[in-house]
Design a protein around this ligand. Structure first.
Ligand code: HEC
Length: 235
């Protein structure tokens, strides 16, 4: 029992948070809550910056932004915040740019503020760092898949999503994508929807893409799944 507790403490220490939060400026005001404004669920390469900064907001008990409250950022070892702490602006918001660590995987980043008595309030931002194979999958997705699987159009690409009779899912939609086992995920990408009794509007990609490319797409889909994919039989 004692050993387990020590081990858990050691794991929590090693895996979760930086040992000491960097000392920020002194708070000029205090809030009663902190909420997530934007920047959660970002996806980038391991060791790379997130496209969007993390924005949190400190509120008072009525839900109004508090200016001058101290926010401190924390995350797993290797994550760099710029700035790591600071005071909220006139709108109660604090913005920090983030570079994820060099290990691929899921990162849980935390913004903390405290009330006058020192009680902590926190909000968490889940982010994903892709390895080399998953990054290739992300690029292939942009080239071949996004126009149907992403319902939003961009300046470079008009979405075809709403023209399809069976709407495909965003690859981050773990509830839908996690239902495909590894072999079925590779099969629907390789052989198309019709091969699995699904919509023929999902084209077969084995004529166009290499087996390595298709594995990379599958790895990317697993990496961004929300909720995360759990391989069957592994607990
Ligand atoms: C022309 C439109 C189109 C393109 C391009 C396309 N898909 Fe699909 N995809 C579909 C449709 C429609 C379905 C829904 C099939 C069903 O459920 O009957 C689908 C389903 C899927 C599924 C099953 C999960 C889901 O979303 O329902 C996967 C996995 C998938 N596609 C992967 C890919 C990959 C990877 C690419 C790019 C290499 C791609 N698709 C490109 C239309 C497309």
């Amino acid at each position: 029992m004692k050993t387990t507790l020590v081990l858990l403490a050691a794991l929590a220490f090693a895996g979760c948070h930086q040992a000491a939060a960097p000392r920020g400026p002194a708070a000029k005001a205090f809030g009663a809550a902190i909420v997530d404004v934007s920047g959660e669920k970002g996806v980038t390469g391991a060791g790379a910056a997130l496209d969007q900064p993390i924005v949190s907001q400190v509120n008072d008990a009525q839900g109004n932004g508090v200016a001058g409250a101290l926010v401190e950022m924390s995350g797993p070892a290797g994550v760099v915040f710029d700035p790591p702490s600071g005071l909220t602006g006139p709108d109660g918001q604090f913005t920090s740019n983030v570079r994820l660590g060099s290990a691929a995987g899921r990162y849980l980043l935390t913004a903390t503020t405290r009330d006058k008595a020192g009680k902590a309030f926190q909000v968490s931002f889940p982010e994903v760092a892709l390895d080399y194979q998953q990054t290739l999958g992300r690029e292939l997705n942009e080239m071949y898949c996004s126009r149907c699987h992403n319902s939003e159009s961009t300046a470079e690409r008009v979405s075809n999503h709403d023209n399809l009779s069976v709407p495909p899912h965003a690859f981050s939609d773990g509830t839908a994508l996690n239902q495909y086992t590894g072999p079925n995920l590779v099969a629907i990408i390789s052989h198309g929807g019709a091969a699995l009794g699904k919509s023929a509007e999902m084209p077969p990609y084995s004529p166009t893409l290499s087996a390595g490319d298709i594995d990379a797409l599958a790895a990317y889909i697993r990496a961004v799944a929300d909720p995360p994919y759990r391989a069957p039989g592994i607990f």
